[in-house]
Design a protein around this ligand. Structure first.
Ligand code: G1P
Length: 288
């Protein structure tokens, strides 16, 4: 079985739902407690054994590339001031040389198109996709749980999470057949179905392990929901040829795509912070 070595992180979105905060900063760089949102997603990928990350970026996203680089002047200053602990934290954000690539999506044609933009760097092997709008708290992380299912089944794997029935129209939704523990076999999936026609309330959570054949379907994928080229539509077609499993993962997803989602993520991540969690709890209580 081919090991999952590469992951695609689509980061070209404009962040319109969190404006004006994102007017001059990529939404992925907004802080969620003590680090940019994107750091949590990269850490989840690395924990799952990912060795190379492909960012699909757009205009005005250079801050992401700069963040994942060494910062010579900053590091030299911290060193001169004997701030060893902060220096260590800063250095930890710098990935292994050559382990990140950046490609641009030149037009906002949809998630499916963004993933397709990474095809030359990914090649034919199975790979992971992590949508950085969704931060997931879990131990082990969501992608690591999915890699386990992939290794068990050698199939395509997607993460799902139950959502309130009247919110299914915001997500990709699966049509489940049967459950085997946390694993769910399914017969289909649909992007943003009307509430009345949704096949279930199991929403696709923004984590995927897909076989390289998905690119063949993305190549000619017509625009779907919202007039965009949808990854869900390409997966539904690939499902006619290959097995798919959904995983109802153990963990808490936070949708950072909205202002209140950010707030929830910030509170959640602060409370779970290894060193500052307890103090953060007191601070939050005192504000309430
Ligand atoms: C995307 C996917 C959708 C998934 C969602 C998770 O939608 O297309 O299937 O459920 O992410 O956040 P978006 O939120 O980009 O509209």
């Amino acid at each position: 079985m081919t090991k999952i070595r590469k992951a695609v992180l689509p980061v070209a979105g404009l962040g319109t739902r969190v404006l004006p905060a994102t007017k001059s900063i990529p939404k992925e760089m907004l802080p969620v407690f003590d680090r940019p949102a994107i750091q949590y997603v990269v850490d989840e990928a690395l924990e799952a054994g990912i060795e190379h990350i492909v960012f699909v970026t757009g205009r005005n996203k250079a801050a992401i590339e700069d963040y994942f680089d060494s910062a010579y002047e900053l590091e030299a200053t911290l060193e001169a001031k004997n701030k060893a602990d902060i220096l260590e934290e800063v250095r930890a954000t710098c990935p292994k040389a050559g382990s990140m690539s950046f490609v641009r999506q030149q037009a906002p044609l949809g998630l499916g198109h963004a993933i397709w933009c990474a095809r030359d760097i990914i090649g034919e092997d199975p790979f992971a996709i992590l949508l950085p709008d969704v931060l997931i708290q879990g131990k082990p992380g969501c992608l690591a749980q999915m890699v386990e299912v992939y290794e068990q089944t050698n199939s395509n794997v997607i993460a799902v999470d139950p959502v309130p029935a009247d919110e299914v129209n915001k997500y990709g939704v699966i049509d489940p057949i049967e459950r085997q523990g946390a694993m769910i076999r399914m017969r289909g999936m649909v992007e943003k179905p009307p509430v009345a026609n949704a096949p279930s309330n199991l929403a696709i959570t923004g984590r995927y392990i897909l076989k390289g054949e998905i690119f063949r379907f993305l190549e000619d994928q017509a625009a779907g929901a919202g007039g965009e080229i949808q990854l869900t539509d390409a997966m539904a077609r690939l499902m006619a040829q290959q097995d798919f499993y959904a995983v109802e993962f153990d963990g808490t997803p936070y949708d950072c795509g909205s202002k209140l989602g950010y707030l929830r993520a910030t509170v959640g991540m602060a409370l779970h912070h290894l060193a500052l969690g307890d103090t953060a709890r007191d601070v939050i209580k005192s504000v309430l």
